[in-house]
Structures are given as structure tokens and as C-alpha cells.
Design a protein around this ligand. Sequence first.
Ligand SMILES: C[S@@+](CC[C@H](N)C(=O)[O-])C[C@H]1O[C@@H](n2cnc3c(N)ncnc32)[C@H](O)[C@@H]1O
Length: 280
Amino acid sequence: MNLKDLLKSIKNEFQKYNLDSPCLEAEIIISEVLEIERYKIYVENIEISESKYKKIKELVEKRKKRIPLQYLIKKVHFYDCEFKIEKGVFIPRPETELLVEKTIDIYRQYFYPKKVKILDIGTGIGNISIALAKNIENCEVIGVDISKKSLRIAYENLILNKLEKKVKFLLSDIYENIDDKFELIVSNPPYIKEEQFEKLPEEVKKEPKKALIAGKDGLKIIKKILKDVSYYLKKNGFLIIEIGNNQIKEIKKIIPKGLYLLEVKKDLSSFDRIMVFKKI
Ligand SMILES: C[S@@+](CC[C@H](N)C(=O)[O-])C[C@H]1O[C@@H](n2cnc3c(N)ncnc32)[C@H](O)[C@@H]1O
């Protein structure tokens, strides 16, 4: 079978299983296994070895069981970096790139060229910490998480992106093991309500529950972050935090003293997604 026919047959199978982007996913699986760029599927006549063909088929079967594509190809792109990923950790989302973009803007507007310390709460595979370290010239980043597996992968990603000198990862339940103060605190915490779990897409349900769910109201972790954030922020420091759909009203009611809401950024679907607080 030539590459174009293989692509077509996988695309048709994925269509039957109602995947959102059947053609793109088929292209990605083929190009990853054959280690070629995607466009080459259309322009080159590459021989597929028996073992590579078996590997492609294996991934297609797994994808049909709704295992996220990123877990299958063990790779994810976020902001301007490549990251390793594995089953058992949260998959970075494109909307979180807004948080990175906003944090870089704040650095340039308020701190540049001064050195800043940044704390990333719930760092996952280290994607926010690493993207910030890569794009903020003068910074030191600490990323914390309660998942040992995430931290192990975050460390591998740090080496991959050659940023060991600027970033450290630490096992910590929010601020538990933190004894420093920061110019910038950032977080994309878990923010989904417990009752919503069953209604999530099958792919999302394959991600760790602790990375997604935050108690009955979805605000358990956000409340904890806000409660003590003033202590961990330096004067004139900022908290930049991602929030869930329609949570803004509740969060506005629990803004602690000494902190004010500077800005809210919407995502591409017009949901309030990023809140920016400043310590007075
Ligand atoms: C939504 S994921 C965000 C991952 C990554 N920062 C990103 O934006 O792609 C939330 C992360 O917070 C971590 N987490 C959950 N509860 C935590 C806690 N109490 N303290 C620290 N990290 C926590 C989870 O393990 C998970 O890696």
C-alpha cells in the first residue's frame, strides 16, 4: 500500500469513530512513525517497512479507543517549545499559551530588564515554566506539582530545552515547600467541578483526575492559591491565573485584601480565561 492510500484508509476509519480531525490525526501518526514531515506523505513515494506498518496500525487501534494522540506520539507542542509527554500527566492546552503570553507582556512592561523570580503552581510537564524561562531574558523559575510523574517528565523537558540553569522543579502541595517571595506567580490549576467529570470527552477522562478536578465547585485549588498569594508575592508583584468557564463571578467574591484585579483576558471562544491580579 502506498502512503496516500494508507492515509486515506486511516482517515476513513477515524471518520467512522467520529474523531474531530481525522485527516490531520492520520497524517500525524504516519509522519511520526516514519519520521518524515507531513507534506512528504503527499509528495514522496516512501516504502513502509513491515515493522513501521505494524506500529502505525497499533497506534490507529489505540486512537480508536480514544487514547489522546499526544500520549501515543509522546510529544506535544506548546508556545514555542517541544515537550515530551506520557500517559498519566496533564496534556497542555492551546488556551494556556495566553497565560504565557500575558506573563511575558507583564515582565516587559513592569520589570524589564530587572531579574524576576517566578513561581509556577501545578507545573505539570513544565510547559509554562520552560516557555517563560525561554522567553524572559532575566528570570529564575520554580515549578511545583504534587505529581511525581509530572515532575520527572518536567525535568526531562528541561534538559530537552536546555534551560537547567533557569528552572527548578519541586514536589510541593501549592506553597507547602516554598520559602521564597516572587515578582510573578502563575498557575493553570485544576478547575473542573467533580460532577462534570462524567460529561467530559473520553480523551479528557484518560488524563489524571487530580490534574482536572478541584472539588465540588471546581474552585478548591484556586481558593487555596488566592488565600496565601499575598504572602508569597513581593510588593507590586503579579498573580496570573487560568480559570474555568463562568468561574469569574465566584472568584471576584474571594479576592484577598492587598490584591486587586488588574485585567481579565478572554480565550478564542470568548470565555474569561486568564485573570491578572496585582499586589499593592
Ligand atoms: C491543569 S494541570 C496544568 C499543567 C500545566 N501547568 C499546564 O498548564 O499545562 C494542573 C496541574 O496541577 C497539579 N496539581 C493539582 N493539585 C495540586 C496541588 N495541590 N499542588 C500542586 N500542584 C497540584 C496537577 O498534578 C497538574 O499537573
